[in-house]
Design a binder for this molecule. Sequence first.
Ligand code: GDP
Length: 455
Amino acid sequence: MTGHVDAGKSTLMGRLLYELGRVDEKTRVANERGSSKAGKSSFSWAWELDGTIEERERGITMDIALQSLSTPQRQVTILDAPGHKDFIPNMISGAAQADCALLVVDAITGEFEAGFDRGGQTREHLLLVRSLGVSQVIVAVNKLDQVSLGSHDSASLSLPTWLQVNWDPSRFEEICGLLRAFLVQSGFPSSKTSFVPVSAMLGVNLVNNADASVLSKWYKGPTLVDLLDKLEPPTREIASPLRLPISNVFKGQNSGTGVTGRICGGVVQVGERLRVLPGDESAIVRLIDVEEQSVPWAAAGTNATLYLTSIDPIHLSIGSVLCPPSDIVPLATVFTARIIVFDIQLPITTGTSIELFHHSRDVPATISKLIATLDRASGVVTKKNPRVLSRGTSAEVEISLRVATLSGPTLSTRPIPLEPFSVNKDMGRILVRRGGETISVLFWTLSLEFKTVSQ
Ligand code: GDP
């Protein structure tokens, strides 16, 4: 789930869980009290999700909240990825795990435009999500209850509900039109794109579109849950060797060290010995938990918690990959990658310093060579050895984990476990930022040629 800050993502998630019976009345009342005591009553639905004190005080979601829910046909895990610009790396790790994007947009006049304008987060997030390989998207056009009132907080206005309700169908159509064109341009197939008008705060059209609602007068289509129920199930790399990038490490109670992550290839079983990369260490799987249930095995596509023994926890770190000792992931320090350049201010040249993101890890790196520019659609080389790469270009470049230091360029000490995109999509996807805050370029590694593979 993604969208501009304040689009209503947390509210939508909190209300959806309530409508599906996942949040009981007692908790709802406690959330209402807690948020109102803090002078943030309009955040009452988001209170459930925005767990930390800082999040509650700032009224924004910073980490990725994970929530599971069941629709009649599907078991869905929703990752609430933060929309705030400072937290884009968190969003990247969320998007890298997703099978579908749920984009929440604020329909209020001026608010949608602010997020959608050039440089706005909505466009950036969509490009990012698509480039990470996600092709299905559901757009929840939110706050339609308030489209005529401007960007005020409806709760603090204390208007009667009937005055807050607008549900203008032409605003819904306008937003769909603008986004539809952009989504097609960004490579989302129109057959996999759907739009749904909702009010997260009032709980309209999430699970039901009650006959009495203003929306039901002009909208007879599916609800948000209907759309989640029709999602195409993803294909998983079950036949490939085990690949489990670690996204969290914690101390287990008497059962070893806990590591969590989404399995992006193969199957893991209790009792198995696994290699931890990078490094020479290995560990034994003592227990496996999936959704807080102990299971004997887990397969690709699952978010799993493994309790590992026979290893010093010091050797388990975020971004490391677990794999079978007989079929380890190659380690790369220099590699070539096919990239798509984002909407950047300054062009990329040889020697550009970058931050390289791979699963939950980021490492400093350099674009060491511009090999060729490519036709975006066909991938055919249009120019060899270009001097610069400007916005919108597709290109092949060499990336090295060499970083500039006072004493000259040195090789980063830890190589990254990486596989070509053609072998394992999840293991071959990397992403690049430049200059701290803003994502400048996005690298989709269609092909990886390992120039240096070292241990
Ligand atoms: P997030 O940053 O995307 O997670 O947004 P929040 O869920 O924190 O919501 C931001 C603000 O928008 C809060 O004041 C919510 O009460 C308000 N909001 C969320 N959904 C709706 C809605 O459907 N209608 C109206 N009128 N306000 C909403």
